[in-house]
Write a protein that binds this ligand. Structure first.
Ligand code: NAD
Length: 319
């Protein structure tokens, strides 16, 4: 049976990617109402949502994905037809300092949501990350069959959630789909993350702290492309299917920081190399061919144009 998108629940909808996804969902005629469940941690903000969360076809609920009672009630009360699960603790540096919240939300929260969806007979799309594969040397790329070798507490918690989802599909025949996306850029990202942080420093003419050599490679994809990939995977993904989402747009962190400085008209002398993050993965690269062929999805953004637009928009948000 095709999955129903008339009344989706988006967990983590007040976050960076969740709020981009909510906008895409509200633009679709078959979506009657989007329900957002978000705990509003330090990383969440209702102000990111369309019309500050007051859009007429949006219901915002503050709550925790690890709170079973709330979940059971809200799926029933709001007539939820499917769940797009993005709620997570998402910052690698914080996971290294203190993994507890990552375990509570990313693992226990996902397990709780899975269980409630199973009892309600509702499909679950789990939004994961390419970081579950660990690091790979060029020119290699990870496919969905590659071994899972997470390096940080963050990526280990996301890997655990992926495995719980796959186990639920095998054990109970539960309808679960997993996406693994590369790094995202776009508006409304929390200032602790690389791109907004560098923009903030540049705007203040403060040194831009670049971890180690800055030669770490990431594949950069616009948050809207991630959102459209999540919707495509929800609608067309095979049960227990795993789909890599990437843009084939590799840049070193140093190149990215140089681009930010050039877009903002600031000198490269502001760059400061600082002690590298422990266990820092050198390169992430996923092969998105499976998603392109099976889901009919592809990343559409033009990096030069859309990254420049993102830097200007974040600069306006951050002042
Ligand atoms: N940002 C990226 O580049 C990227 C890349 C690949 C995958 N992802 C995944 O995408 C998802 C969203 O990432 P993001 O960058 O938007 O993160 P984010 O930190 O901006 O947003 C996370 C949201 O989840 C909410 N949240 C946290 N704990 C919660 C809980 N227990 N219950 C309910 N809500 C809770 C927060 O309040 C916040 O609004 C995450 O699952 C992340 O692993 C992100």
């Amino acid at each position: 049976m095709p999955r129903d998108l008339t009344r989706p629940l988006v967990t983590g909808g007040a976050g960076f990617i969740g709020s981009a996804l909510v906008r895409l969902l509200l633009a679709r005629p078959e979506v009657e109402r989007v329900v957002v469940l978000d705990k509003l941690t330090y990383a969440g903000s209702i102000g990111r949502l369309p019309e500050g969360g007051k859009h007429p076809r949006l219901t915002f609920l503050r709550g925790d994905v690890a709170d079973r009672e709330t979940l059971v009630h809200l799926l029933d009360f709001h007539g939820i037809t499917g769940v797009l699960h993005l709620a997570a603790e998402s910052h690698v540096d914080r996971s290294i300092e203190r993994p507890d919240d990552f375990i509570a939300t990313n693992i226990v929260g996902t397990a709780c949501l899975l269980d409630v969806c199973r009892h309600a007979g509702i499909p679950l799309l789990h939004c994961s990350t390419d970081e579950v594969y660990g690091s790979i040397e060029a020119p290699g790329v990870f496919t969905e069959e590659s071994p899972l070798r997470p390096s940080s507490p963050y990526s280990a918690s996301k890997t655990s959630a992926d495995l719980l989802c796959l186990a639920a599909a095998t054990t109970y025949g539960q309808d679960v789909v997993i996406t693994r996306s590369s790094n995202n850029y776009g508006p409304r990202q929390h200032p602790e993350k690389l791109i907004p942080r560098m923009i903030q420093c540049a705007l203040r003419d403060e040194p831009l702290p670049v971890y180690g050599s800055g030669l770490q490679v990431r594949d950069w994809m616009h948050a809207d492309d991630h959102g459209s990939g999540l919707i495509a995977a929800y609608l067309k993904g095979a049960p227990a299917g795993v789909y890599n989402l990437g843009a084939r747009c590799e840049r070193t962190n140093l190149d990215l920081v140089r681009s930010i400085l050039s877009i903002l008209g600031k000198p490269e002398s502001l760059i400061r190399h600082v002690t590298d993050r422990p266990g820092h993965d050198l390169r992430y690269a996923v092969d998105p061919s499976k998603a392109e062929h099976e889901l009919g999805w592809r990343a559409r953004a033009d990096f030069e144009r859309d990254f420049t637009a993102t830097v200007h928009q974040l600069a306006r948000e951050l002042v």
